[in-house]
Design a protein around this ligand. Structure first.
Ligand SMILES: Cc1cc2nc3c(=O)[nH]c(=O)nc-3n(C[C@H](O)[C@H](O)[C@H](O)COP(=O)(O)OP(=O)(O)OC[C@H]3O[C@@H](n4cnc5c(N)ncnc54)[C@H](O)[C@@H]3O)c2cc1C
Length: 430
């Protein structure tokens, strides 16, 4: 069981360099709103912000701190597209819809860039990303991917980097080539999440930290979400607790495998050594199933991630184990001290495609980004807001009609109805 309520951020490089320490009071009253968003990570905040921009009143409940979950501790790799192969979509929908999903995979990255620019989010956004081949079959797969992107979707943004060019991107002999994409990159995920929270607040979203949604019940108008000290009535509920949502929605938890993965950050390497190691400052992931992913931070540390595991138990001597992995790629960093080590749970679905939907007509969810949450969460927020807005816009037309109560309750209602019908029949007679 993943336990998380009322906790501070994990001690990480990100928590140590967070640039917004705003605290949000727990919910301790009965309130109402158009929408209740449960979960203060990138999915919840993106949804809340999109809805507030469309004029909805939104209350967001976060069991711990904003960005406490995967959003505030991930590798910060902003990678266009999805974690699954595109054929995962082809097996479920016509080619026309596959093309739309492909286009949304590119849109998801542009959306992050737009948000960062529009809200002036200080999160070290840096462009440049490379998928590195560890084995000859990865070389073939990456070349095939680039060719398919071009022939099937007319997309020319990928550049294949040959083995002899790889050292211009990463100072290691470990990789056989790679696929480079200028439009993807990396960022400081906690500061990005905190920046979205600020933008959501500014747009009118009420945020409550240390407020775990414990139950969701029904009311005449919609839903009642209860927490330890408060309750919230809302027409719509958005479940954005992802791998940490747990028992609140068992039907969703069943679709997610929380895969543990870990990160270390070295001491600052200094400008010269950092750019010798990663000359283009691109983010890199390799092609192994239990992949390694790494990049430089703004203050020139090596941020190294990996050791994916289905066990919820943190490996013994985590920092030392991660360092050993890092040295397989960068033996030249043997003398670099490790300043931080931490981990979290990636929200993986069985087929690695994101899992969006409704549990009932007015209860939405998005989860299962499977390692592409930095980009796809923004798309999820946009799509949920669009869906609620479309649903509400049609439904609310009828809500605008004022209906008066019949006087006198149920006993008087029948005689009143008889009187009204007699009146109308009389009018028909003339
Ligand atoms: C170590 C690590 C590295 C990763 N690296 C990358 C990467 O480099 N690139 C990438 O794209 N993706 C990466 N990911 C995945 C990515 O971080 C996630 O997909 C994404 O952050 C999910 O965002 P979210 O808002 O859906 O969930 P989360 O960020 O996990 O947020 C869910 C929030 O909901 C809250 N919550 C849960 N239940 C309740 C409740 N009942 N009431 C109130 N609040 C509740 C939790 O406290 C939590 O804060 C990584 C993940 C991890 C853990």
């Amino acid at each position: 069981m993943l336990k998380f309520e009322n906790q501070a951020h994990v001690p990480s490089y990100y928590a140590a360099t967070a640039n917004d320490r705003t605290c949000h009071q727990p919910l301790d009253a009965s309130v109402s709103a158009d929408v209740c968003v449960i979960g203060g990570g990138l999915t919840g905040l993106s949804t809340a912000l999109n809805l507030a921009e469309r004029g909805y009143s939104v209350v967001l409940l976060e069991a711990s701190k904003i960005g406490w979950g995967a959003s505030g501790r991930n590798g910060g790799q902003l990678i266009a597209g999805y974690s699954c192969d595109i054929d995962t979509f082809s097996s479920c929908m016509p080619e026309e819809d596959v093309r739309r999903i492909w286009a949304m995979g590119l849109e998801s990255v542009e959306l992050v860039k737009e948000r960062v620019a529009k809200h002036r989010i200080d999160c070290d956004l840096t462009l440049g990303y490379l998928t590195a081949a560890n084995k000859p079959r990865h070389v073939d797969a990456l070349r095939a991917w680039r060719e398919a992107a071009e022939s099937r979707f007319g997309y020319q943004g990928y550049r294949y980097v040959e083995r002899d060019e790889m050292r211009q991107v990463v100072a290691s002999d470990r990789y056989l080539g790679g696929l480079h994409y200028d439009g993807s990159g990396h960022l400081h995920p906690l500061n990005y999440t905190l920046g979205l929270a600020r933008a959501a607040r500014d747009a009118g979203v009420s945020i409550h930290e240390d407020t775990s949604a414990q139950a969701i019940g029904k009311t005449a108008q919609g839903h009642r979400v209860t927490s330890a000290r408060g309750q919230l009535d809302a027409r719509y509920v958005v479940l954005a607790g992802n791998a940490y949502l747990g028992r609140l929605a068992p039907a969703l938890a069943r679709k997610i495998m929380p895969v543990a993965t870990y990160l270390i950050a070295t001491e600052p390497l200094g400008e010269a050594r950092a750019s010798d190691t990663m000359p283009t400052d691109a983010a890199i992931s390799d092609c192994n199933a239990a992949l390694d992913y790494f990049r430089l931070t703004k203050d020139r540390r090596m941020l190294w991630g990996g050791k994916a595991s289905s066990s919820t138990r943190t490996p013994r001597e985590l920092a030392a184990a991660m360092r050993r992995d890092m040295l397989k790629t960068f033996p030249q960093l043997a003398d670099a001290k490790i300043d931080y080590a931490w981990g979290g749970f990636v929200d993986a679905t069985m087929n690695r495609a994101p899992h969006f939907g409704r549990l009932e007509p007015t209860v939405y969810f998005a989860q299962g980004f499977s390692g592409h949450g930095v980009n796809v969460t923004g798309l999820a927020g946009r799509l949920i807001a669009e869906a609620i807005d479309a649903q509400a816009a049609r439904f609310d037309l009828f809500g605008k009609i004022r209906h008066r109560d019949f006087p006198g309750g149920r006993l008087l209602r029948s005689p009143m109805l008889m009187l009204a019908m007699t009146w109308h029949r009389m009018m028909d007679a003339f």
